[in-house]
Design a protein. Structure first.
Length: 137
């Protein structure tokens, strides 16, 4: 499955794992995937505003009472995050793209409508329709 992703998409997922560790999460969640995506794709991050990443980080800051979680490279994806990756694959296929890129990860996040990552995007008026339209230009 990793072979289906572009280098940028793989790095975004790698950064998502890193973000999950930073926030002491036992799973890679959609909000971590969003942070990884924004870290890898500067164009998306710039379009959402310079304060967007910091606003997410402030909201995700773990309580000081939370205990550190031991992490390994095998940190698991949450069920929501697994669905996002599945949706990203469908989006790439629907667009007749051979590989899953960061733009498909963004579409996948938006399709998982009730996840935290999608809610952060919706707060900035990012819609799946707008992203799809920009990809077809």
């Amino acid at each position: 499955m990793v072979d289906q992703y572009t280098e940028k998409a793989r790095r975004a997922i790698f950064f998502a794992r890193y973000e999950a560790c930073v926030f002491l999460s036992p799973y890679i969640e959609t909000e971590h995937l969003l942070l990884g995506l924004l870290r890898e794709n500067k164009a998306i991050a710039q379009g959402l505003g310079s304060d967007f990443v910091e606003a997410i980080r402030r909201q995700l800051m773990p309580p000081s009472s939370r205990k550190a979680v031991s992490h390994s490279l095998d940190l698991l994806l949450s069920d929501e995050c697994k669905r996002v990756l599945g949706y990203a694959g469908e989006e790439a296929e629907n667009l007749s793209h051979k590989f899953i890129g960061t733009e498909h990860l963004l579409l996948g996040l938006l399709r998982e409508e009730n996840c935290l990552g999608a809610r952060f995007l919706k707060e900035r008026s990012v819609s799946i329709e707008n992203v799809r339209a920009s990809l077809q230009k």
